[in-house]
Design a protein around this ligand. Structure first.
Ligand code: FDA
Length: 498
């Protein structure tokens, strides 16, 4: 187990002995700040009071990751692992509480290797999803992978939480398509699926990052898309019937053919309906006329392109952006943001939607993104993976606020009040949330005798994982009983008698 007293100097010394020194950045190194900031997405976690790591280790080989874990274990220093750094609460590189810890940053471990004949790929956790998509599809426009939208998201954290996206209604989450993985345990062992066993393999496919160990790479099943897909972006203002159309979308969006995903972004006094269709414009127009005439979509709304171009289009809002832009790892730190999430199982009435739109006229108002489930998602049993939001879920809601500079009071007040207002209309007992939209506001771990308590974790854990939380905690007890890998929302070990 981790010795009670951390020995930071001995830890750094151990790292220097086992890992090339140019891969270890300590706080005194002139490059430390640059390396730490390199993938930080939210300026909220780069303030003078941010609890920063002792060091950032940037392994170029699996053996360096194993060595870092062994040094941490023997010297009593915990590790946090960072892939793309997009955690909404910054838990991959900062601690919300005072703590001595090191960061293993996987940015150098980012190979993507595609097996065209098997239609599979191995992708390292340090790759971004932009790199993954580009490498899969650049030479074969009919191969793709179902995961999220922002190209700079890291594969490691993203897959660890499930990964929802525009093709999940047809192909499920990223983790529904994971075949194998390479994983470093809290004992420093390197295991594949056969070595780790089915319980741990189940847990790492959606149980959230940072709890069980470090996933180095993932073998994924690629999926087929047509050479050209069709997109549309249709905006409806209140005057153009946004309330009626969003109300109707709640029933239509989750029951459309699996090839068609229409998500909705509500901001200000309008709703944007954004669609990806794995087919041609003419058949999309026919389907829309038949199933969702309220949106009045026509062929003039169609934008035809390859699937890879559709990813660039939806990411950069510009058809002319070259797909190579998906390879950029540069993120902007200028904005501060905070998110919360919900799941909706019963369509919200038109009257309530009228009230919801009035929230978007208030000071500090942000936006909401509605991601339709249904289709393939509804056919997956609740316990097939840790992601429990399957059958019966109409859509996921993500609430986001943004602000500039240190303040953010109006934005955060709006977010809290709006979230409270939504309580009666969303999933309840417990209210549900998506682990990849991490929110420390729904609960934080309690640590007793140096181990995270199960009961404390349950508060937030059942919101993310529902009935799967207990199995996750049992897996944690089996693979990391002393709770070496832990953070403010890591899975607690379910230890008998505690
Ligand atoms: P980061 O490196 O910060 O890690 C996140 C968590 O996982 C941390 O706890 C970390 O310790 C742990 N972790 C990281 N690598 C690990 C590894 N190799 N092994 C074990 N644990 C690891 N989500 C979604 O489903 N669909 C979407 O479309 C989007 N869109 C989106 C856009 C933007 C702009 C942001 C900022 C975020 C999203 N997300 C999302 C949420 C995203 O999926 C989530 O933040 C991921 O955890 C980010 O993964 P990173 O590797 O970038 O994060």
């Amino acid at each position: 187990s981790v010795p009670c007293l951390a020995s930071p100097d001995d830890f750094l010394q151990c790292l220097r002995e086992k890992i090339p020194s140019e891969l270890v950045y300590t706080q005194s190194s002139s490059s430390f700040a640059g390396v730490l900031v390199s993938s930080i997405r939210s300026a909220r976690f780069l303030t003078n009071t941010t609890v920063r790591p002792l060091c950032v280790v940037t392994p170029t080989d699996a053996s360096h990751v194993q060595a870092a874990v062994l040094c941490g274990r023997t010297q009593g220093v915990r590790l946090r692992v960072r892939s793309g750094g997009h955690d909404y609460e910054g838990l991959s590189y900062r601690s919300a509480r005072p703590e001595v810890f090191g960061v293993v940053d996987l940015t150098n471990l980012r190979a993507v290797s595609v097996n065209q004949s098997e239609t599979t790929a191995w992708v390292d956790s340090g790759a971004t999803i932009g790199e993954l998509y580009y490498t899969i599809a650049k030479d074969n426009s009919q191969l793709a992978f179902p995961a999220g939208l922002c190209p700079t998201i890291g594969v490691g954290g993203h897959f660890s939480g499930g990964a929802i996206g525009m093709m999940m209604r047809k192909y499920g989450l990223a983790v529904d398509n994971v075949l194998d993985a390479k994983f470093v345990t809290a004992n420093g062992d390197l295991l594949d699926r056969a070595g780790m066993g089915e319980d741990l393999f189940w847990a790492i496919r959606g149980g959230g990052g940072g709890s069980f160990g470090i996933v180095l790479s993932w073998k994924v099943q690629l999926v087929q898309v047509p050479p050209m897909v069709t997109m549309f972006n249709i905006v409806k203002t209140l005057d153009q019937g946004a309330v009626d159309i969003v109300t109707r979308w709640q029933d239509v969006g989750p029951s459309l053919p699996n090839d068609l995903t229409i998500r909705v972004i509500v901001q200000g006094q309008q709703a944007l309906f954004q669609a990806l269709y794995l087919g041609t414009c003419s058949s999309l127009v026919a389907t829309m006329g038949d199933q969702f005439p309220e949106l009045a979509m026509t062929s003039a709304d169609c934008q035809s392109m390859t699937w890879l171009q559709s990813i660039a289009f939806i990411s950069f809002w510009n058809r002319d952006t070259p797909v190579e832009a998906l390879l950029s790892r540069t993120t902007s730190l200028s904005t501060y943001s905070k998110s919360k999430s919900d799941y909706v199982q019963n369509a919200i009435s038109k009257g309530v939607w009228k009230d919801i739109f009035s929230w978007f006229t208030m000071n500090g108002a942000g936006l909401v993104i509605l991601e339709p489930h249904g289709g393939f998602m509804g056919s997956v049993p609740t316990d097939a993976t840790p992601y429990p939001h399957r059958s019966g879920v109409l859509y996921n809601v993500q609430y986001m606020v943004f602000w500039q500079g240190d303040g953010g009071t109006a934005a955060n007040t709006w977010l809290g009040n709006f979230y409270d207002f939504m309580g009666p209309y969303v999933s309840k007992n417990p209210r549900q949330a998506y682990v990849n939209y991490r929110d420390l506001g729904i609960g934080q771990n309690v640590v007793v005798d140096d181990v995270t308590t199960f009961d404390g974790g349950k508060v937030w854990g059942e919101q993310y994982f529902a009935s799967n939380f207990q199995r996750l905690a049992s897996v944690k007890a089996a693979v990391d009983p002393t709770d070496y890998f832990r953070n403010e929302q890591s899975i607690p070990p379910l230890v008998q008698g505690r």
